[in-house]
Design a protein around this ligand. Structure first.
Ligand code: HEC
Length: 500
């Protein structure tokens, strides 16, 4: 069997070749960070794929479908794994990079491997950022608004912001952009970069520990020792993720409400330091005693500087490190400068994170809003979803069926709750035409409409005719729903026999 496979594909010798890779100095638990990161990535891809089975990206369904995920214990666990897996992946990429940095393993000939690694960190952070928006709760909305506004800060950034946002305000288009980035573009980039990272790694071989004379190192093999250590490390990571998913599952806030401006957003922990920097620079300027700087503390350039210029320069320095650190040996003694700088930078990142945490908590306390508990949030808004509105308002099965027909065919133009969209379609709530003569409503749904509505507006595109795409029964159901099931409407039902 194996021989057959080998003769047809060469897979067996490829696997052998892969497993017998030399490891200078022998296997070590120091080398597990890369493979543990890869394990976290595979966990993210797997849980992420299954989450798309339950998640529906649009302003009318993102929060609702996330809520449904929370209400089912199995999907809730799946989401918790994905949530903690994200944190684990970011922490592991970071640790992996830090170790390479400390050991000087980015030095020639591994410059490109370092660059690909830094790009992988960036892609992972973008994945975290785009995933953060998807639940479309208060925090997702307002925290993402902060990042979108930052994208709009530099000259020409307005265009970038409106592309990412899908127009002037955040809504369904924003969710779809972020969703596309999160489930397609970034994972594809991630997998390609990991492939490149591993291929370059195989070409150069592992850097091995820092020793004066490489000839003194005892040789080792990937299989079985390193493979075993990698498996142990990944397993420990998995156990920690599972434990955290049980102990501290993520929290779903109330549905995004753009009008609630008093909400104080909190970023994901790995963005806290950037948030801290943004808050800290103005405070620093105010305390500087230099009159000019004190006056400038809240000027637009300060935000630009703290949110874009400093992080970009920082990122470029990290990216170009192999060329900036010119020492030819990897020994710690000759690299004291870079090691101390690394230490100071990390201390600053940790300090800024704590600082941000403090300012956010102070702001939340000052806003005086008592946060709702998750049980309240998950229990409350049944009546808001159209299907549920049908169940509470007009509780007939016909109206419930109509709610589904509406959600599938009409809500795209008339809005999830029939509140209409300026320039696209008129509101169906508080609309005397809709709750008036049932025969006329059925006629509009069946044959379409183009002209002035009862509310006095005209629209560029007509209301489509539905008689060829919906059954009589569906037309009666959706008419019943919009007349009696939308919030505030309470006109009588329409029977199938009323549809000509
Ligand atoms: C492509 C967008 C679009 C879709 C989809 C759509 N509508 Fe409309 N609808 C319109 C527009 C535009 C008008 C106003 C037409 C005009 O006056 O020119 C309208 C008008 C109406 C009216 C009359 C309102 C009034 O004040 O005169 C009703 C009732 C209505 N639609 C129900 C529905 C139902 C039920 C569905 C789903 C089966 C649906 N619409 C799907 C765009 C749409």
């Amino acid at each position: 069997m194996l021989n057959w496979l080998e003769s047809r594909t060469g897979f067996v010798s490829m696997a052998k070749d892969f497993l017998t890779e030399d490891i200078p100095g022998g296997a070590s638990y120091w080398y597990v960070f890369g493979s543990a990161t890869m394990f976290a990535m595979i966990l993210q891809i797997t849980t992420g794929i299954f989450l798309t089975f339950f998640y529906a990206p649009s302003a009318a369904t993102a929060w609702e479908s996330t809520r449904a995920i929370y209400l089912n214990p199995y999907t809730h666990f799946l989401l918790s794994l994905h949530y903690w897996g994200a944190s684990a992946m970011i922490a592991l990429v970071f640790l992996h990079l830090l170790q390479v940095l400390i050991w000087g393993a980015y030095k020639s000939p591994r410059e490109l491997q370092w660059i690909v690694g830094v790009l992988l960190l960036v892609v992972t952070l973008v994945l975290g950022l785009t995933g953060y928006l998807l639940p479309w709760d208060m925090d997702a909305y307002f925290a993402s608004q902060v990042s979108l506004n930052i994208a709009g800060l530099p000259p020409g950034g307005g265009i970038l912001q409106s592309i990412a946002q899908g127009g002037g305000t955040m809504g369904t288009d924003t969710i779809n952009r972020f969703f596309g980035l999160h489930v397609w573009l970034m994972p594809a980039a991630l997998v390609l970069l990991v492939g490149a990272h591993l291929a370059i790694f195989r070409w150069n071989g592992p850097a091995g520990p820092v020793v004066d004379d490489p000839r003194k190192m005892r040789p080792g093999r990937f299989w079985p020792d390193q493979m075993f250590m990698d498996a142990v490390a990944s397993f420990v990571v998995f156990l920690i993720i599972i434990a955290l998913s049980f102990i501290a599952p993520p929290f779903l806030d109330a549905k995004a409400d753009p009008t609630n401006a008093s909400f104080v957003p909190y970023p994901a922990w790995y963005f806290l330091f950037l948030f801290g920097l943004l808050n800290f620079v103005p405070v620093l300027l105010q305390g500087s005693h230099i009159q000019f700087l004190v006056e400038q503390a809240n000027a637009p350039w300060v935000e630009l500087f703290a949110a874009i210029v400093v992080p970009t320069i920082g990122g470029l320095i990290v990216l170009l490190l192999p060329w900036l650190d010119r020492s030819t040996t990897r020994s710690f003694a000759s690299r004291a400068g870079i090691l101390w700088t690394t230490f100071v930078v990390i201390a600053c990142i940790v300090g800024l994170s704590f600082y941000a945490q403090g300012t956010i908590q102070a702001k939340i306390a000052a806003s005086g809003v008592t946060p709702q508990t998750e049980a309240q949030i998950l229990a409350a808004p049944e009546a808001e979803a159209p299907a549920a509105a049908a169940a509470s308002g007009a509780s007939s099965p016909l109206a419930a069926q109509g709610a589904k027909v509406f959600a599938q065919n009409c809500s795209g133009c008339h809005g999830a709750q029939g509140m209409g969209q300026p320039g696209v379609a008129p509101p169906l709530v508080k609309n005397p035409f809709v709750t008036g003569d049932a025969k006329k409503v059925v006629d509009v749904i069946a044959n379409g409409l183009h002209g002035q509505t009862v509310l006095g507006q005209t629209y560029g595109a007509p209301m489509p005719a539905w008689k060829s795409s919906l059954s009589k029964n569906d037309i009666a159901a959706v008419a019943t729903f919009i007349r009696g099931g939308l919030p505030g409407n309470s006109a009588g039902p329409v029977k199938e026999s009323d549809v000509p």
